[in-house]
Design a protein around this ligand. Structure first.
Ligand code: NAD
Length: 293
């Protein structure tokens, strides 16, 4: 078992660090929030006084932070100066592709092996150790990161070179945002045409309209498996996080000149839904906005 620094113990990082500790790793945890630190202590982590102190003697350094600015700052101010050169640096945050590449280049210039390893799966998967990791970095860096990621998830997949993990994540979530809206609008149209929602689900979920948004995350309460729709759209994957990922996808598309009309429309719809005060609701709640129009 290894000494692991874990920086960023929020909704996701808290559960991930706890799972590493449960697997027997010596986890040195740091967060700016005293509450998060207390939770980490209760979960079997050793609380560090600073991000730099957490990195002292670590074999792996994992970050799970809100956005690219936080990652870049923590790497520059705390990790590069304190981590042993032999440490593998693993950033699991969802950040923009350009920053992920910049951070990887800076790490490489300082002699570190580094990967971007964003996740699919929400808080329940982070707590349950069932995340999927999409990893960007060299083959050698991937091999070093893999055992640590495997201790926090059910699948660890190399997407390609540095930044490719973030690219895979935002492309996947762009599909998710667009298919959720398409699924919601189909249910609303079906309702208005007098079709029973259960009957439509039974047909579409085994026909060509099938998608994860339909079959595994149905936005209509009482239809399909249990989803946030059955809990008043509480929990699940917040609209604000879907919007974050769609904004990252749109920024990346602009950078490389990719035409993403459905992604742009989904971003626009989620932007309006969040601006209406619904950012905390599960992203499938967008069906309620479509019903109103
Ligand atoms: P969160 O806001 O709950 O946690 C972030 C934590 O980072 C906070 O506890 C904060 O105090 C800490 N932090 C910020 N700056 C810091 C610094 N300089 N040093 C130490 N700690 C610092 O966010 P979250 O929901 O845990 O999400 C983390 C990342 O995971 C984000 O990039 C998010 O997009 C991604 N993600 C979240 C979900 C989800 O369902 N919540 C799913 C997939 C991916």
């Amino acid at each position: 078992m290894a000494r692991v620094a874990f920086i960023g113990l929020g909704n996701m990082g808290g559960g991930m660090a706890a799972n590493l500790a449960k697997k027997g790793h010596d986890v040195r945890a740091f967060d700016l929030s005293a509450e998060a630190l207390e939770r980490a202590r209760a979960a079997g982590c050793l609380v560090a006084e600073s991000a730099a102190a957490a990195c002292d003697g670590a074999e792996a350094i994992i970050t799970m932070l809100p956005a690219g600015t936080h990652v870049e700052q923590v790497y520059a101010d705390s990790i590069f100066g304190a981590a042993p050169a032999s440490a593998i640096l693993i950033d699991c945050s969802t950040i923009d592709v350009a920053t992920a590449k910049r951070v990887a280049e800076a790490a490489q210039a300082k002699g570190f092996a580094a990967v971007d390893a964003p996740v699919s799966g929400g808080i329940a998967a982070a707590n349950g150790g069932t995340l999927t990791f999409m990893v960007g970095g060299s083959e050698a860096a991937f091999k070093r990161a893999e055992p640590f990621l495997a201790d926090m998830g059910k699948a660890v997949i190399r997407a390609g070179v540095a930044g490719a993990g973030q690219a895979a994540k935002i492309c996947n979530n762009m599909i998710l945002g667009a298919t959720m809206i398409a699924t919601c609008e189909a249910f609303v149209l079906a309702e208005k045409l007098g079709l029973d929602a259960q009957a439509f689900f039974d047909i579409a979920s085994v026909s060509s309209g099938q998608s994860w948004s339909m079959t595994s995350y149905c936005p209509v309460p009482g239809v399909g498996p249990e989803t946030p729709a059955d809990r008043g759209y509480e929990g699940g994957f917040a609209t604000a996080l879907m919007l974050k990922d769609l904004r990252l996808a749109m920024a990346a598309a602009q950078d490389v000149g990719a035409d993403t009309p459905m992604g742009a429309k989904a971003a626009e719809r989620y932007e309006a839904f969040a601006a209406a005060g619904e950012g905390g609701k599960d992203f499938s709640a967008i069906i309620t906005a479509l019903r109103e129009t």
